[in-house]
Design a protein around this ligand. Structure first.
Ligand code: IDP
Ligand code: MG
Length: 157
């Protein structure tokens, strides 16, 4: 059925004025917004978010970068939303990301690569709880466009 994933629009995305452009791509694709907020998140939150990379050489700079300015956190919902978002984002290194993807079209950097998307169901659940853990932060609603975005009979069961 429908799946939820966590997207972060990173500080470079916000600073470069690309929030609208990136969000537009997710919405236009047919993904539904289930949660949305902008914050300059505390270091502790970002350290926890990236804790799988704790031992990697880029971890310190990554957390510093993510804490350096406002970030937009978005919960997106859709069929296979995790995979769909990852495909729209493109490869981690923006210089190698395919044209048509967010990173491929809008970025030049490996680290400042505009966007985060959960990489699997377990990380999505963990990350959604971290960024949208308070009651009521994620909204259950059905877009009126849903029967046109999907063939309900065949695909939403
Ligand atoms: P992902 O964001 O495509 O899932 P991950 O491997 O999970 O990529 O890495 C998390 C983030 O850490 C990347 O989005 C990028 O900002 C940064 N990063 C990953 N690998 C490197 C690297 O080799 N050099 C610099 N930054 C990196
Ligand atoms: Mg990742």
């Amino acid at each position: 059925m429908l799946e939820r994933t966590l997207v972060l629009l990173k500080p470079d995305c916000v600073q470069r004025g690309l929030v609208g452009e990136v969000l537009r791509r997710f919405e236009a694709k047919g993904l539904q917004i289930a949660g949305l907020k902008m914050r300059q998140f505390p270091r502790a939150t970002l350290e926890k978010h990236y804790e799988v990379h704790k031992e990697r050489p880029f971890y310190g700079n990554l957390v510093k970068f993510m804490a350096s300015g406002p970030v937009v956190a978005i919960a997106l919902e859709g069929k296979d939303a995790i995979e769909v978002v990852r495909n729209l984002m493109g490869k981690t290194n923006s210089r190698q990301a395919a044209p048509g993807t967010i990173r491929g079209d809008l970025g030049m950097s490996f680290s400042n690569n505009l966007v985060h998307g959960s990489d699997g169901p377990e990380s999505a659940a963990k990350e959604l709880a971290l960024f949208f853990g308070e009651p009521g932060e994620l909204v259950n609603w059905t877009p009126v466009t849903q029967p046109w975005v999907y063939s309900v009979e065949e695909e939403l069961r």
